[in-house]
Design a protein around this ligand. Structure first.
Ligand SMILES: C[S@@+](CC[C@H](N)C(=O)[O-])C[C@H]1O[C@@H](n2cnc3c(N)ncnc32)[C@H](O)[C@@H]1O
Length: 346
């Protein structure tokens, strides 16, 4: 149990920093095959090895030895704005105790899955993404999803990619089974260029192929852990607007808002998660929702870019500035460090 928790922790931090097993092997001087066994929990590591890994990942020893993800679950998709790399900063700012957990812009669910709360409300306007979460709650859907993903892996080619991508243009698209929607989303996320979910003005998925020869669509251990978590905890899953979801939040509950970010003046930002986008008026409506929850005694945390507009909207609350690396951007010059804010009402 301890070995597998340690292995998962190494994998979680490594993936959070977008480092390959080979890169970690080079940095530590440990063979790649050994790294793979460590991550699978097959090796009882020595203190010396733990120290080498902590130096290579540039984290403290206790970061590697803190196992607070009881189910060992991780995001199953790479998502624009994913929070894996900011988890350490977010963890420091979490409320000490809370009742139910709400994440109305769940995306890839980095924080949600890290916390693995006993009762949670997760939501995203993206129906395709939400169909994938639904599959972990139901045996039949889960089995169909796994079968469909295996089929996608076997049939993967450039031509197959574009055939799957174009399915959302078909008139009967919305009537297809949930597991087909889920498998398509996950397959496209793994096979597309840069792991990006982006739609055009008509709401059609329009990311080109990543030109990969082989595509691995899922990690079986993670899928099994996700299924176990979703069947043990009380998870309410929805696909609607953020404001509606938090309507039931009560004093003592915790809401984490991770919306599409405000854009820096004169810079392009990524807001194309859905065909509606997320404009200044939406940011204002969100700030109003934040204030209403504050008045109800709900703990609220929100992440966004460190822009003047956001600072003005939340000037009555605690604003913590953090540096983050922008991981997903189709233009190389859009990558690099950006300043973000974590805002709390507590
Ligand atoms: C920054 S991402 C969330 C990233 C997530 N925290 C993670 O770790 O992957 C923002 C998400 O908000 C969703 N979204 C956009 N507008 C929304 C709305 N009005 N209501 C609910 N969700 C919305 C998008 O589909 C997108 O998945």
């Amino acid at each position: 149990m301890l070995q597998s928790q340690f292995g998962n922790r190494v994998k979680e931090i490594r993936l959070g920093q977008s480092i390959s097993q080979l890169e970690l092997a080079n940095r530590t001087g440990i063979e790649r095959a050994q790294i793979s066994k460590i991550e699978q929990g097959k090796i009882n590591v020595t203190l010396e090895t733990i120290e080498k890994i902590s130096k290579a990942l540039n984290v403290q020893l206790n970061d590697l030895l803190t196992f607070d993800n009881p189910y060992n679950v991780r995001p199953f998709v790479k998502w624009a704005g994913g929070k894996t790399q900011l988890l350490n900063k977010i963890k420091e700012l979490l409320p000490i105790n809370y009742n139910r957990y709400y994440e109305p812009f769940v995306g890839g669910g980095a924080l949600f899955l890290y916390l693995a709360p006993k009762e949670a409300f997760i939501n995203d306007i993206n129906k395709e993404l939400i169909s994938a979460y639904l599959c972990f709650q139901n045996d039949y859907l889960y089995d169909s999803l796994v079968r469909e993903l295996e089929r996608c892996e076997n049939e993967h080619s450039q031509e197959f990619y574009y055939r799957v991508r174009e399915i959302d243009r078909l008139p009967n698209f919305s009537t297809l089974p949930i597991s087909i929607h889920a498998a398509r989303l996950i397959y496209l996320n793994k096979a597309c260029f840069n792991g990006l979910y982006r739609v055009n003005a008509k709401g059609y998925f329009n990311v080109p192929s990543g030109n990969k020869e082989k595509v691995r669509t899922f990690d079986r251990d993670n899928f099994i852990a996700l299924k176990k978590y979703f069947s043990s905890a009380k998870i309410h899953i929805s696909s609607t607007d953020f404001e509606e979801v938090v309507g039931s939040a009560q004093k003592g509950d915790f809401v984490y808002f991770d919306p599409p970010y405000d854009v820096y003046p004169n810079k392009n930002g990524f807001v194309d998660y859905s065909k509606e986008g997320f404009k200044k008026e939406e940011q204002e409506r969100l700030a109003k929702t934040f204030k209403n929850l504050n008045e109800k005694g709900v703990y609220v945390m929100l992440s966004n870019h460190n822009t003047e507009f956001i600072n003005e909207l939340y000037k009555d609350f605690n604003i913590h500035v953090v540096k983050a690396k922008r991981m997903i951007n189709s233009k190389a010059d859009g990558r690099g460090d950006v300043e973000e804010v974590l805002i709390t009402n507590y």
